[in-house]
Write a protein that binds this ligand. Structure first.
Ligand code: HEM
Length: 149
């Protein structure tokens, strides 16, 4: 929902935003309790998912190689990946909003540069789940699925 709603704020002209910025003080999205809450629980969610996989005697790569054998575990890993993807999507949309309204080079009201946002956007919560794809396609041989039993 928030990703869709950001689009509305993105439509604000730089000219209109000057009036908003004048009264914002030195607040920052970095102080958002909701955002920081998500940052806090994300590692716990990853650990809980790894625990479930471990207790089932498997791992994310195996589950992805045979999704029909592990339907629930597959769903679990995909839901966790959804969370990661949506969080990164929010960050990306927010950077585009920042660039569009105040420009990439303008420091925030806390004096922090936008580059900080670019760096954190490239850091997923669960790199293992993204790497599963690379591993699977590194092994991929063209035409193999047609000939293999
Ligand atoms: C005109 C609108 C906006 C501008 C110009 C803007 C600008 C910025 C800038 C420059 C930063 C990084 C530096 C700092 O935190 O001091 C930042 C961080 C942040 N902003 Fe915004 N922002 C805007 C709207 C929003 C909205 C609507 C939301 C949430 C719905 C939001 C959420 C955040 C969050 C969560 C962070 C921290 C990100 C992180 O630490 O990775 N911002 N914002």
């Amino acid at each position: 929902m928030m990703i869709a709603q950001l689009r509305l704020i993105e439509m604000m002209s730089p000219h209109s935003y000057i009036a908003v910025r004048k009264v914002l003080g030195a607040g920052s999205g970095q102080e958002s309790p909701g955002f920081n809450g998500l940052l806090r629980v994300a590692p716990d969610l990853g650990a809980a998912m790894q625990g479930v996989l471990k207790r089932a005697g498997t791992d994310a790569l195996t589950v992805h190689r045979e999704p029909t054998k592990y339907p629930l575990l597959y769903q679990l890993t995909e839901c966790v990946l959804d969370f990661d993807e949506l969080f990164q999507t929010f960050r990306y949309q927010h950077i585009m909003l920042v660039k569009r309204i105040i420009g990439a080079g303008t420091p925030s009201l806390k004096g922090k540069p936008t580059e900080l946002l670019e760096r954190s956007m490239r850091t997923p919560f669960y790199p293992d789940l993204w790497e599963v794809r690379e591993t699977m396609f590194a092994d991929f041989v063209r035409g193999e699925s047609l000939t293999k039993k």
